[in-house]
Design a protein around this ligand. Structure first.
Ligand SMILES: Cc1cc2nc3c(=O)[nH]c(=O)nc-3n(C[C@H](O)[C@H](O)[C@H](O)COP(=O)(O)OP(=O)(O)OC[C@H]3O[C@@H](n4cnc5c(N)ncnc54)[C@H](O)[C@@H]3O)c2cc1C
Length: 522
């Protein structure tokens, strides 16, 4: 006997089949992937998560994206846009909601405008940090990119829309984008800022335009698909320097952070300030993989010149201004293990104390660098070639939280982390990042080997930490497909407004990004 449930399932699959046929006609059979093996890869993150991906679409241009969303709307399908899909530790390519169609924008990889004089480019979603770097190099440009610690192959747009970060003065990527071109759920296209008047000379250079600003609606959102945007680039500074400080004592570290905050507020430190614990340093050291995996921490402190706490930060400007700031830091931060400034451009000839410093010096200097082996650390081997942590069953879960940049909050957050990891079977990999001077962004990674069946334990540890941070008022600033979510309730008025925005922009829920669903209903 056929039940109502069976009928619903069969009509759902008929709708999907009709949609797939229509997408094939619209963008070509070869650009609609429904092969089981590939769908399974796309459903895999770096932690356990249940998702169904029914197809992956690879549109080439805006016209094809419009066709994809219109067909999705017609046949009741939900689309999840990705630029490069390297959202490691946050869910990789998997949709934020249970079932979906991935809209992979990696084929749209053009730098479609370049202006050296006004220091900007216009890019499409598939453009990676290394592509943009190569593009600028090939034109002898004096402009810098703002790469991230995630490696050279991540996308400029995906990272910025997710409010990711690099470490140069332009590293708060979301602050450097404007003039977004967006395909809405009904296939209409809009541009933000002065872009509302069309492709005008003013569009790329002034964010606000006139009237309410729409830019913010499209980051960490499901209100539209961004097909291109303007990215402002930092002119190469006269000089730059990366500072590196280590501390064996937590009190000394906390005091130093507060002193650096004052310099950040005064804009003497223009770049990011990144504090890390010893596990973060350890996990960045490929030479500790394999036979040396059980190297003692004390041995690492000695041989790789890091310590319980470590700080890197970026100075940019005239050589005089930089040396004055360095002098102030030397004078004010006395109780420090080691202190070193890397004043020259990154080079093979520099003798770095450890691989973390090498990688960070590169991205502080606007050169996309690689630190991917960290994900492979629990497996004790680096990847043979390429980086496919999902297929290689690397376990990584990121937790994000935000706190005021105060000594008291740093100390509370650190205690929460310590007590949560105690006896959990995992070690905390701590990265505390100051991109704006008044707040701190915590990124805590749980790295593990998925082959040993620790998925559940790792997720329990993550959930505990998520809960404790939340209770302390340190809310997440970026979510993954794993986010518990229920606690993230905003004031009713805001929730209702978000829901009404969603129903105005996308009444059929064609664009899905369920991880932010309590902020904007799917
Ligand atoms: C060891 C390690 C280090 C890392 N270091 C950093 C770091 O320093 N800084 C950092 O920010 N992250 C870091 N990450 C996290 C992550 O890998 C990066 O943020 C990465 O840039 C995200 O992947 P992507 O750029 O390919 O974006 P995607 O995965 O393509 O997209 C990210 C999100 O944006 C949405 N999106 C993408 N494109 C569009 C579009 N065109 N329109 C609408 N929505 C869109 C997607 O739906 C998705 O939710 C790190 C991860 C690891 C494992």
């Amino acid at each position: 006997m056929i039940t109502q449930n069976d009928q619903e399932v069969s009509s759902e699959s008929t709708q999907l089949e009709l949609a797939v046929t229509a997408w094939r006609l619209a963008i070509g059979v070869e650009n609609v992937d429904t092969r089981k093996k590939n769908l399974q890869i796309a459903e895999t993150a770096t932690f356990a998560v249940e998702r169904n991906v029914n197809a992956i679409l690879y549109p080439l241009d805006q016209k094809e994206i419009i066709a994809c969303v219109q067909i999705a709307g017609q046949f009741g399908q939900s689309i999840y846009p990705i630029s490069r899909g390297l959202n490691w530790g946050f869910g990789s390519k998997v949709p934020g909601h249970d079932t979906g169609i991935i809209l992979d924008l990696s084929r749209m990889d053009g730098v479609i405008e370049y202006n050296e004089e006004l220091a900007y480019v216009r890019v499409q979603p598939g453009v990676t940090h290394s592509m943009l770097y190569d593009f600028l190099q090939s034109r002898q440009s004096e402009l810098w990119v703002a790469p991230t610690g995630a490696g050279p192959d991540t996308s400029v747009i995906g990272n910025a829309l997710e409010r990711g970060h690099g470490v140069t003065p332009y590293g708060d990527n979301i602050s450097q984008i404007s003039d977004l071109e967006v395909v809405l759920a009904d296939g209409e296209v809009i541009r933000t800022g002065f872009g509302m008047y069309g492709n005008h000379r003013l569009s790329p250079i002034d964010r606000w335009g006139v009237g309410p600003s729409l830019d913010g609606l499209f980051s960490q959102s499901s209100l539209g698909i961004v097909t291109s945007l303007t990215l402002w680039l930092m002119p190469k500074p006269q000089a730059s320097s990366m500072g590196y400080l280590t501390f064996s004592n937590t009190e000394d570290f906390l005091e130093a952070m507060v002193k650096l905050r004052a310099l950040k507020l005064q804009e003497a430190i223009r770049g990011g300030i990144v504090a890390t614990n010893d596990w973060r340093m350890y996990h960045s050291e490929p030479s500790l993989m394999g036979p040396n995996y059980n190297y003692s921490m004390a041995g690492c402190y000695r041989d790789f010149t890091f310590n319980k706490w470590n700080i890197v930060f970026g100075l940019y400007g005239t050589p005089l201004a930089i040396s004055e700031t360095q002098a102030t830091i030397k004078e004010q931060i006395e109780r420090v293990g080691s202190m070193r400034f890397f004043d020259e451009a990154p080079s093979e000839n520099i003798s770095y104390p450890n691989e973390y410093c090498r990688a960070m010096h590169s991205i502080f200097s606007g050169v996309p660098g690689q630190c991917p082996s960290r994900m492979y650390f629990p497996q004790g081997k680096a990847p043979d070639f390429g980086v496919q942590p999902e297929a290689d069953q690397c376990g990584i879960i990121w937790l994000t939280a935000c706190s005021p940049f105060l000594q008291k909050d740093l100390s509370i957050a650190n205690s929460i982390i310590e007590e949560t990891f105690e006896g959990s079977g995992f070690v905390p990999d701590i990265n505390i990042f100051c991109k704006r001077p008044r707040s701190l962004h915590y990124h805590i990674a749980i790295f593990y080997d998925r082959r040993t069946g620790d998925d559940e334990l790792a997720m329990q540890c993550y959930r505990k930490l998520e809960q404790k941070f939340f209770e302390a008022g340190y809310f997440p600033h970026r979510l993954g497909a794993h986010y518990g979510g229920a606690e993230l309730k905003q004031l009713d008025r805001v929730g209702a407004l978000m829901a009404s925005l969603k129903s105005t922009f996308d009444p059929k829920s064609v664009i899905g990004n369920g991880k932010y669903c309590s902020l904007n209903t799917r």
